[in-house]
Write a protein that binds this ligand. Sequence first.
Ligand code: XMP
Length: 449
Amino acid sequence: MLPLNKPILGICYGMQLLVEHFGGELRGGKGREYGRAKLHLKPEVIGPSGALFYGMPVTQTVWMSHGDDVSRLPADMLAVGHSDDGVVAAMVHRSLPIAGLQFHPEVNHSEHGEKLLDNFVRQVCRAKINWDSGSMLESTLRYIRESVGSANVLVACSGGVDSTVAAALLAKALGPERVTAVFCDTGLMRKDEVSWVSNALKDLGLNHVEVLHSEALFLGQLAGVTDPETKRKIIGRLFIEEFERYASGHKAEFTHLGQGTLYPDVIESAGHGAGAKVIKSHHNVGGLPEKLKLKLCEPLRYLFKDEARQLGAQLGLPAEMVDRHPFPGPGLAVRILGEITAERLHILREADAVFIQALREHGHYHEIWQAFAVLLPVKSVGVMGDNRTYQMTVALRAVNSTDAMTAGVGDLPMSFLTHVAAAIVKKVDGVNRVVYDITTKPPATIEWE
Ligand code: XMP
């Protein structure tokens, strides 16, 4: 990139690459920062001459996720921002339009990140703004028509926002006759979800909706498996095998598999470039087999969840569907730590249903971006009546986010949480302890596996 002589904004690792390139030094493990941090900018860079930081407050909240930091800046670079821990958080080149940020302006938890990116695009690069969310619908429909041609598409639906929006987009672009929505019941769904999803898909106006009953297959292959990545890989493979099996036995000649893959799924499965690290293999990206018989059509692959929701609303999908909390494709498999058994699935389903129902009843469901229960592989001692118990632990997770790339802890009242804990222990046999996860992403992820 550097010989091209274009403006460059290096973010996180990108800033560290610039430091090395210009002859500075990095150190490992000393200035680690994860999650919320305070950025202090030099006052002179927020004035009219400091294009990148123009109009930003001197002190602001930013989101960090790094283990290495700068120990010596190159002579060509000037530090213009530090974190509370004294880490170089922003630097600019002394004469070229090159800058580096240790924090992540692209995530919503960085208070003024959008303004900074806007400054970079308009003030530094002098780019013309010729894209808006209105044109997103048109360009997505065009992409579908161009990539699918006159073929028929089988779209893999989970009942979540992403795959439902993808199905609705495909039907709008190609007409409902050419799209078949297939929902695979993996046995890993939440309480009452299978009937809810199949009804919701039928209500979308899709002409062809199929439910595959694959519980025995999935649970059989997952028996005894405890490693999170192995679970994800098995589920990804089985999904595809099931969809391919359905497609090959069907009279409509499907050439494409439609999926609701979002950009964060691609990033975390390291599907966006050589050298990227796998955080977790999202079932629809990293879990795919090498050779797919069907070609993929992923209309949301470069979009984030909030954009998928915008598209859903533009397409007229019901709010109940568009505003649903996200649910991962691998389902409860990644919320049962350790082995997946029928008994553990039952316990988790019941505990999760108590939590979600309480969120709705107390008016918290829409204040929270995603909430769920997790079953831990830990037993602990309790007392019920006069008896000692030795039973399982459920963790509750509630997060706020816009795009799942970062997440804050859901600020639920303690009185509400203790009410839910009491209700779970009372209603769900086999659980005697409930804990609340108070970790942001990063350093944790939203799901536990
Ligand atoms: P993590 O745990 O990576 O989750 O912070 C970010 C968001 O993605 C969802 N998630 C998935 N969604 N397939 C999906 O469709 C997957 O394999 C998958 N893994 C995580 C998760 O629920 C959260 O909303």
